[in-house]
Design a binder for this molecule. Sequence first.
Ligand code: CP
Length: 307
Amino acid sequence: MTKLSTKHLLGIKDITANDINLILTTAESFKEVINRPIKKVPSLRDITIANLFFENSTRTKLSFELAEKRLSADVINFSSSSSSVKKGETLIDTVNNILAMKVDMVVMRHPNPGAALFLSKHVNAKIINAGDGAHEHPTQALLDAFSIKEKLGTIKGKKIAIVGDILHSRVALSNIFCLQKLGAEVMVCGPTTLMPKYISSLGVKVEHNLKKALEWCDVANMLRIQLERQDIKFFPSLREYTMLFGLNKELLDSLTKKIVIMHPGPINRGVEITSDVADSDQSIILEQVENGVAVRMAVLFLLAGRA
Ligand code: CP
């Protein structure tokens, strides 16, 4: 199979295991490319891509831009904080004005869940969701899956614990869909108040004791507390959260086996994870960032239909 079953990448829920495997296999080739002395290939020459970021980003924005440039695409960048959105322009008007400049693909991060789907129904360009509110972050899940496969050889049968603020996390939802489609067992761990009510219907195990979750898993993906999405208090204090759900070296070293530690970033050091764990030899946090470029190259290349 050399083609994706989808025109856009809006979420992992909508794509098949075959699509995911095709992206991961293609990303392996691009990882080899970006480690060559000459890192650029002409695959997307004459394709124009707009990166529209209506919400802050460091990793995803830079990673997409680098992936596009490595593929020789023409790239334009838009950030809502310095745009006419501040003067009241709507999402559709903003995007249609950008598309009038002959743009082929749009990478969009937006605070509203469903924004990428909405755009895909109203404009004639290929849309990649770079994170829509607390809904999905598909390329993060794909790069996480790539990183687990690279580290452990396979995803099928592996036990992955996703720890922290599951309620507000698009990374958690996309990871759950992606890892289950690839045959992993998934557990979520965190305070009851930070679990969505529907969580059991997703077929995941639910645990509220961090030590038990860590003893169960092969990989722990530690999530940030998303204070910017919390309009009420979900736990008494960050100090209490850290005591119950923060991962420190003492806890990591007390486990009966060596597990792999992941984090999508940005890290709040000393809250969900201590520095000595984030920087330890069990952590693959910077490998995740490196793999993000190759995975995004694969997504762009496959959606552009140049395979
Ligand atoms: N992991 C992630 O999405 O990071 P950014 O918010 O910096 O893009």
